[in-house]
Design a protein around this ligand. Structure first.
Ligand code: B12
Length: 464
């Protein structure tokens, strides 16, 4: 153990940059890269260098060579699988090639996409403990291919070592040191600067299309609320984005959260993700949450008919969605409603959604094209997902993966573009922007939206 403490490895942790084809929302949302900070926290006893490709365009191969990195770690979503595989092959061509390990959300559910001769290990469960053990074994010059939660090549074939998911109770408290260095880099629309925290893992829902329900071994686990509030108390910025797939789950835990925030007199503003059924059944909890600073809520509304909600196994009804709109309006919580657009829709379905948006007051809405993510229940019905290893950028939740059933691709994208315009044109939405940005801010914001919209259309037309 003492030799483990003395020896340090030179590690480059890399979050790949986004492909040029990706439709970026960076002008509105730039999230604190919590996964990089978690890795930094648990590997503090090594020499760790972080390369966040979202904001830093340096070439990871050149950087690894310059830093003489002995280990390169990649965190990857489906969108950057091809980039990870390509960069790994180039790293292995260096004169002193590093060990290369991969983790992150996509590896957690579909580790096999990273099985390549250039990759030395893929972490798919309890990832942080796994990497710490592997690196300790490397220092001690011991084999590591039996480390739980990892998949390692044995005689050229990857063997998976199953493990229970991360235990949220044992999770080390993350050091938000990137946020401390450059707080203004991170924003969620007008919440700027904005920190990120994670208080639970996995999702409580079982929607067939959703990748998150497959994460954390398909289960849900939450950190003790006191530990969460201790972390919040140490964060020096006012706005905090809670990255949980479903923060609004356990009534008692939420009421304890409110009590602790109140007791400690913490003045924060929170953006949380939750479920419409909880909101509609627990308006009293929502009121308490609002009083302690929950200012914005993201909810997967998905569809505007009960038939479609039922078909995807959503644990909320249209009535719950409608109640959520009312409750958020009454409590002055900014609602960000997320909708799914099905390529099998008729024009009438688009019109129905457009009418819903106009008839209900939803200040902000996001629309995704129904996308079959490998690893989901929906994917079992579509066994050959297109080009994860070559065109991962297509999984940006906007692009079509098949021709729409009742219209051309062009018309489909035009509908999508039109839907995005609806909430922005509402007087009430503009008023919200004015409260937050001021009049000049609205002008700046309108230009940014226009520019992003134009980029959105051009990229969709070039790289259909
Ligand atoms: C917040 C969020 C974002 C933020 C950015 C977050 C960030 N830090 O970059 C925003 C809103 C910008 C965003 C954008 C996108 N996102 Co997103 N996002 C999320 C969300 C809701 C939470 C992520 C989170 O919890 N991060 C916190 C960190 C701490 O958790 P983590 O990344 O899982 O990392 C843990 C472990 O995996 C491990 N780890 C991570 N990396 C590594 C590496 C190694 C080597 C090791 C050992 C361990 C390790 O350490 C962490 C601690 O446990 C997830 C849903 C979810 N449940 O994950 C979707 C999710 C990750 N996003 C997804 C997608 C598709 C996107 C977009 C492509 C969508 C789009 N419209 O373009 C873009 C991609 C942009 C990008 N940056 O690459 C998908 C990914 C699916 C997949 N198969 O890869 C998810 C799962 C949601 C979904 N639709 O199903 N996202």
């Amino acid at each position: 153990m003492s030799s483990t403490k003395r020896k340090r490895l030179k590690i480059l942790v890399c979050k790949p940059r986004l492909a040029i084809q990706t439709i970026k929302l960076n002008r509105f949302i730039r999230c604190e890269p919590l996964e990089l900070e978690y890795l930094y926290t648990v590997l503090q006893h090594h020499d760790v260098y972080l390369l966040d490709g979202i904001v830093d365009r340096r070439n990871p191969v050149r950087l690894a060579s310059k830093l003489k990195s002995q280990v390169v770690l990649f965190t990857s979503l489906i969108t950057t699988v091809s980039d990870v595989l390509y960069t790994a092959s180039r790293l292995k061509n260096l004169s002193d090639p590093p060990k290369i390990f991969v983790g992150g959300p996509h590896a957690e559910v579909v580790p096999g996409d990273f099985f390549s001769k250039d990759i030395d290990g893929v972490f798919f469960a309890n990832q942080l403990e796994g990497i710490v053990s592997v690196l300790d074994r490397i220092i001690q010059e011991e084999p590591y291919s039996d480390v739980l939660g990892g998949a390692f090549p044995i005689n050229g074939k990857f063997v998976l070592n199953p493990s229970p998911p991360l235990d949220p109770v044992k999770l080390s408290r993350v050091r938000h040191f990137l946020l401390e260095q450059t707080p203004n880099r991170y924003r969620i629309i007008y919440y700027k600067p904005c920190a990120a925290i994670k208080t639970s893992f996995g999702c409580t829902g079982k929607c067939t299309f959703c990748f998150c329900t497959e994460m954390h071994g398909g289960t849900y686990g939450a950190r003790p609320i006191k530990d969460v509030v201790d972390e919040i108390e140490d964060i020096h910025v006012r706005n905090i984005f809670v990255l949980d797939d479903d923060f609004l789950y356990n009534r008692k835990r939420l009421l304890d959260f409110c009590e602790l925030i109140r007791k400690r007199k913490l003045e924060k503003e929170f953006i949380v993700i939750g479920n419409a059924e909880f909101v509609s059944r627990n308006p009293d909890v929502m009121k308490s949450l609002r009083e302690v600073g929950v200012k914005a809520l993201m909810v997967g509304f998905e569809f505007v008919t009960d038939t479609e909600l039922h078909a995807i196994n959503k644990n909320a009804s249209l009535h719950d969605n409608n109640r959520t709109i009312e409750i958020c309006r009454d409590l002055d919580i900014d609602l960000f409603a997320l909708f799914i657009i099905d390529p099998a829709w008729h024009h009438a379905d688009f019109r129905k959604l457009a009418r819903y948006l106009r008839d209900h007051y939803i200040p902000f809405a996001l629309f995704s094209t129904l996308t079959v993510f490998p690893g989901t229940k929906l994917a079992s019905l579509h066994p050959n997902p297109p080009g994860v290893k070559t065109k991962g950028w297509r999984y940006d939740l906007l692009r079509l993966h098949q021709k729409p059933t009742y219209m051309s691709r062009f018309l489909f994208y035009l509908w999508l573009f039109y839907l995005y315009m609806i909430p922005g044109k509402r007087f009430a939405t503009l008023q919200k922007y004015r409260q937050r940005y001021g009049v000049f801010g609205i002008v700046r914001h309108s230009f940014t939206s226009f520019y992003t919209g134009l980029e959105f259309l051009i990229k969709l037309l070039i790289w259909k």
